[in-house]
Design a protein around this ligand. Structure first.
Ligand code: ADP
Ligand code: MG
Length: 371
């Protein structure tokens, strides 16, 4: 069992700087949990406390059935992979892979067999007799992964392991890591993963669940789909999704969203699903849910610039002083012709409504808003 539990975990640096504010998180055995958030939100601090590399100043951490607060990293059944690989520069790849098992006093034959197996899985057999400085970034990262894998830990801890790689390699390593996790699970090996990244694409594509953090606090823990469809608050709404969700301040009264001189009728289908009486709100519309209207009621906007992405086009427009983005099909954009006056219509069943003072999403969960 390699379940990981954080109970009211706090971290105060140097007696004054509170980096982690009493967080609670339950990571299931075998789960791939991603910690995501902007730089400085305490992802690394949290991971390092799980690893035992950083003392906790309050609360409890459990790995499996054990309270590990006072256990050194070597006794926690964890293996960590860092952004900078942290390979021993004077040891060949083979030596780097063997290191952990050698100091644990494992027999030579067992170590050799383990190296062969891990090298085969990660396709690093031809690299075994090279030094780290003779490796590319992607190769070094696979060796670092191998060094974690060979320990057969209960919990893998990753701290931004792909951040130093170029975009193409990053994309292929994402798949390699999630495939590896799935294979280990299929073999019945307990392989819980806690994976730290600031990159929402990594989080969305890799996580079974995602824990979104801001300033040492947890904003939401949910599956990628749930985060996308029901962000709990403005912070999560703005952080998850690409391009970013349009967040438009205005007011709801008389069943319509009022924005400057414009009005958008929301209808019962939306209004009946609000958990609080709306007033001053922030309307959230993903760019993918904001379409060009050919007829009927719509919001007039002025086109500012256009980004061609291939089959899609990102339209940047001004809506009553708000800069907004709409993602439309390339053919739809073609039909617009030479004009900077466009009319946009949000998909009402995919609207998000956030209460103005506290940023809470007040749309009730469960199914779409369609009547
Ligand atoms: P992240 O990994 O999300 O970028 P960190 O966990 O590295 O964030 O940092 C969280 C906060 O704790 C930041 O304000 C950072 O400056 C502070 N911090 C991190 N490590 C230390 C340290 N060793 N001493 C003092 N403050 C630290
Ligand atoms: Mg960090």
């Amino acid at each position: 069992m390699a379940r990981v539990q954080l109970r009211n975990v706090e971290k105060v640096y140097g007696g004054t700087l509170k980096a982690v504010h009493g967080i609670n998180l339950d990571i299931r055995d075998g789960e791939f949990m991603v910690l995501v958030g902007p730089s400085g939100c305490a992802k690394s601090t949290t991971l390092r406390m799980i690893a035992g590399l950083e003392e906790i100043t309050g609360g409890d951490i459990m790995i499996g059935d054990r309270r590990v607060n006072d256990l050194p990293p070597s006794k926690r059944s964890i293996a960590m992979v860092f952004q900078n690989y942290a390979l021993y520069p004077h040891m060949k790849v083979r030596g780097n892979l063997a290191f952990g098992l050698r100091i644990a006093g494992r027999p030579r034959a067992e170590i050799d067999a383990a190296i062969d197996q891990v090298a085969r899985i990660l396709e690093i057999e031809p690299l075994l007799d090279r030094l780290p400085k003779q490796l590319s970034g992607g190769q070094a990262q696979r060796v670092a992964l191998g060094r974690a894998l060979i320990k057969k830990p209960g919990v893998f801890l990753f701290d931004e392991p792909l951040s130093n790689l170029d975009a193409k390699l990053r994309a292929s390593m994402r798949v390699r890591i999630t495939d590896l996790h799935r294979e280990l699970k299929a073999q019945g090996l307990s392989s819980t993963v806690v994976y730290v990244t600031h990159d929402q694409t990594e989080a969305m594509t890799m996580g079974d669940r995602i824990c979104v953090m801001q300033s040492g606090r947890i904003m939401q823990v949910a599956t990628p789909k749930e985060l996308y469809n029901h962000p709990a608050n403005l912070f999560v709404a703005g952080f998850i999704g690409s391009p970013e969700m349009n967040l438009i301040e205005g007011a709801i009264d008389n069943g319509s969203f009022r924005l400057g001189s414009q009005q958008l009728a929301l209808g019962e289908a939306v209004l009946s699903r609000l958990s609080a009486k709306p007033g001053e709100v922030v309307l959230g519309v993903r760019p993918q849910h904001l379409a060009l209207a050919s007829e009927g009621p719509a919001l007039p906007a002025r086109l500012l610039s256009v980004e061609f992405m291939g089959h899609e086009v990102y339209l940047h427009a001004d809506l009553e002083g708000h800069r907004i983005v709409s993602v439309v099909g390339a053919d739809e954009y073609e039909r617009l012709g030479q004009t900077d006056q466009i009319r946009l219509i949000p998909d009402l069943k995919s609207l998000h409504v956030f209460d103005k003072p506290d940023g809470r999403n007040i749309v009730l969960r469960g199914g779409s808003m369609a009547a």
